[in-house]
Design a protein. Sequence first.
Length: 193
Amino acid sequence: MKKNNNWSLLWNPFTRVAGWQAFGIGIIIVLISAVVASFGNLAFDGAIDAHFGDNITIAESLVVTGISLLSIVLSMWVVALIISKNFRFVDILGTMTLARAPYLILAVLSPLATFPSTEQMLKNPMIILDYPSVLMFGIIAVPIVVWVIALMYNGLKVSAGAKGAKLTIGFIGGVLVAEVISILIIILIRYLS
């Protein structure tokens, strides 16, 4: 019985940790992930996604990760305001931050993936097939992203005390809004730089 409970914590640790404790653990992992990912030219530049780029600096990685995290926290806070009457902002902050912890796996693996340059990809998109590490990274990335989404959903569920269609629709809407906001802000910053 204890073993099953431990497995369930992988999908929903928020029954045991939330608020400032979840934020403290989560922000350390998020910062480490951003720094390590920059060595593999990986940027966590969306609410639920990551992309490889050319020469991503530590500063750029930290900025886009921060924007993405802030967009998901604020979006889920607005969702919680709509679907729940009794929640704490700090619980949304903590659970959404800790939910990004699995991205540390992608960050650690990112330096091992070799990618063609953006210029090569634009000339010949099929060149990606000549890089087997890209395919392996993609195969590993899909369940990691699913895990992050499940953690975010469970974080909102526990933090807002919501369930049913309101929770599901609110969560999907919140993720989509966060994705759009983070992408627009990142594009705007790159344009102004």
